[in-house]
Design a protein around this ligand. Structure first.
Ligand SMILES: C=C(O[C@@H]1C=C(C(=O)O)C=C[C@H]1O)C(=O)O
Length: 331
C-alpha cells in the first residue's frame, strides 16, 4: 500500500478532483501517512472499502475468509480502572488548569476473539467500512464531511448511551454534561467549516442514531453543520480537507493544545484510528471519522476506543463508555 506525506497527498487530491477522477483516501490521525488512490487502481487484495455504498467489494474473492464461526468469541481485556484513572486525572488536571475544555481520551484494548480482520469486515454492518490487509478494519458510524454541489456539511458525533436502559433517549438528551460537550463540539466544527466555507449554519442539532452491536444497541447523538464552498473548490479539495483536520470530535478543543495533552495522556499511537477516510466520486465527496477500529498486531487484535472528557466528567462512567464501544456491529 503506497502512502504519501501530507504535501504529496494534498497535491494528488487537488489534481484528481480537478480532473473529476474518482478516488479513495485514508488519512491517519497525525496526517503523516496518507493513502490516496484513483478508485480504479485500488486493489481489493490489499484494501476493501464500502463507504456509504461506494465499494470495490465485487472484486474481492476471499471467499474462504467469509465464514463466521458458529459461536462468536469476543473477550476484550481492557486496562484496569486504576490505569484509566491515571490518564483521566492527567486530562482533568489540564482541563482545570484551563488548557482544554474538552479532551477526547482513548485507549487500546486487546481482544481475544475467533474473528479475523476479514471476517469482521465481511459480517459488519456500518455506514463506512474499510479493511486494510494485515493492518486494520474500521466500521464507522460517524460522518466527517460531505460535499454535494458545492455545499459542505459536517456531522460531529458526541454523546453515547446504552439504548436498552429505560428512558435512554431522554436521559442522553437531558444529561447536562453530554449537552455541554455536544455544544462545544458543534462550535468547534462551525469554526473549522468557516475556514473553508461561507454561510456556515447548524441545520440539525443533536439528532439520534441507533447503532446495533454484537452486545446490544447503543444511542449516539450528532449534529449537522453546513456551509457553501467557493466555486473553485475542486482544484483545492486536498487543501480544504486537510485544513479541517484532525476532526474536532476526536481531539476536543482547543485543538492544538488538546492534541498535546492527548499525546501525553494516552501513551500509545493512534495511527489511522481517529483519522478520516472517504470517497470522491468525480463530483461529490463523502467521508467518515475512523472510529470503531480494530488493529492487527503480531501478538493479536486491539480495539481502539474512547470518549470526550470535560470538567463535569466522571471517571467511572467515562471508563464504562470506553469499554462499551469495544464491539463489532455483527448481529
Ligand atoms: C473516539 C471515539 O468517540 C468519539 C467520541 C464520542 C463521544 O464522546 O460520545 C462519540 C464519537 C466519537 O467522535 C470512539 O468512539 O472511539
Amino acid at each position: 500500500m503506497k502512502l504519501y506525506n501530507k504535501q504529496e497527498a494534498i497535491g494528488r487530491m487537488n489534481v484528481l478532483a480537478s480532473r473529476a477522477k474518482p478516488f479513495v483516501f485514508l488519512i491517519d490521525y497525525l496526517q503523516e501517512q496518507v493513502y490516496v488512490e484513483e478508485a480504479k487502481n485500488v486493489s481489493p487484495a490489499e484494501l476493501v472499502y464500502n463507504l456509504n455504498g461506494f465499494t470495490n467489494e465485487d472484486g474481492w474473492h476471499h471467499q474462504q475468509q467469509k465464514g463466521l464461526p458458529e459461536q462468536i468469541e469476543w473477550n476484550p481485556d481492557p486496562v484496569s480502572f486504576e490505569e484509566y484513572n491515571c490518564a483521566f486525572e492527567y486530562v482533568r488536571k489540564n482541563i482545570l488548569a484551563g488548557n482544554s475544555f474538552l479532551t477526547n481520551l482513548t485507549f487500546r484494548t486487546p481482544v481475544c476473539t475467533n474473528l479475523t480482520l476479514e471476517s469482521i469486515y465481511c459480517h459488519s454492518r456500518a455506514l463506512y467500512q474499510v479493511w486494510v490487509k494485515g493492518r486494520f478494519v474500521v466500521f464507522s458510524p460517524e460522518i466527517f464531511v460531505r460535499i454535494n454541489n458545492g455545499v459542505i456539511s459536517s456531522y460531529p458525533m458526541k454523546g453515547t448511551i446504552d439504548a436498552t436502559l429505560p428512558d435512554a433517549r431522554r436521559i442522553l438528551l437531558e444529561d447536562e454534561k453530554e449537552a455541554a460537550e455536544h455544544a462545544t463540539i458543534v462550535d468547534l466544527i462551525r469554526n473549522d467549516l468557516s475556514i473553508v466555507a461561507s454561510h456556515v449554519r447548524v441545520s440539525r442539532y443533536r439528532y439520534m442514531d441507533v447503532i446495533q452491536t454484537n452486545r446490544g444497541p447503543i444511542l449516539q447523538t450528532s449534529s449537522e453543520i453546513c456551509g457553501e464552498l467557493p466555486e473553485d473548490y475542486k482544484q483545492r479539495l486536498g487543501d480544504i480537507l486537510f485544513s479541517m483536520l484532525p476532526a474536532g470530535s476526536i481531539t476536543g478543543a482547543p485543538k492544538k493544545k488538546t492534541m498535546q495533552i492527548i499525546c501525553e495522556a494516552e501513551g500509545y499511537e493512534r495511527g489511522f484510528y481517529t483519522g478520516i477516510t472517504g470517497y470522491f466520486d468525480g463530483t461529490n465527496l463523502d467521508s467518515a471519522v475512523m472510529i470503531r477500529f480494530v488493529e492487527q498486531q503480531p501478538e493479536g487484535l486491539y480495539f481502539k476506543s474512547g470518549g470526550g472528557i470535560t470538567f463535569k466528567s466522571d471517571a467511572r462512567s467515562e471508563y464504562e463508555e470506553m469499554k462499551q464501544k469495544v464491539y463489532v456491529p455483527i448481529y
